[in-house]
Ligand binder design. Sequence first.
Ligand code: HEM
Length: 93
Amino acid sequence: MERFFKDPLKFDPDRFHPDAPKPYYCYFPFALGPRSCLGLNFAQMEAKVVMAKLLQRFDFSLVPGQSFDIQDTGTLRPKSGVICTIKHRKYKN
Ligand code: HEM
């Protein structure tokens, strides 16, 4: 991974900025070329809207002691989930 990205395991959302350099064929969650995903723009917009709506309404705190191992199934996902405590922002105790 170091061949393509600086500090690949560092959480750095800026590396996905539209202007950030991305080596071709190193990041293609929606595939590339003429048969790439038709839903790309929809899926990315939907993800942002859902995330914004959830973060507006709830506070998420991570349950400690999780592994963060990655499972590669074409797209990446956390192997053991991401266990959180979720509290509604309006109804906090
Ligand atoms: C996070 C969400 C999504 C991911 C990661 C994703 C990923 C992909 C990938 C990797 C392919 C290429 C599959 C292949 O090469 O055989 C693909 C194709 C396709 N996707 Fe998505 N997709 C997503 C959401 C969507 C949505 C929401 C739609 C429709 C509303 C959609 C419609 C399609 C279609 C129609 C194709 C086939 C394109 C073709 O064969 O010409 N996708 N997607």
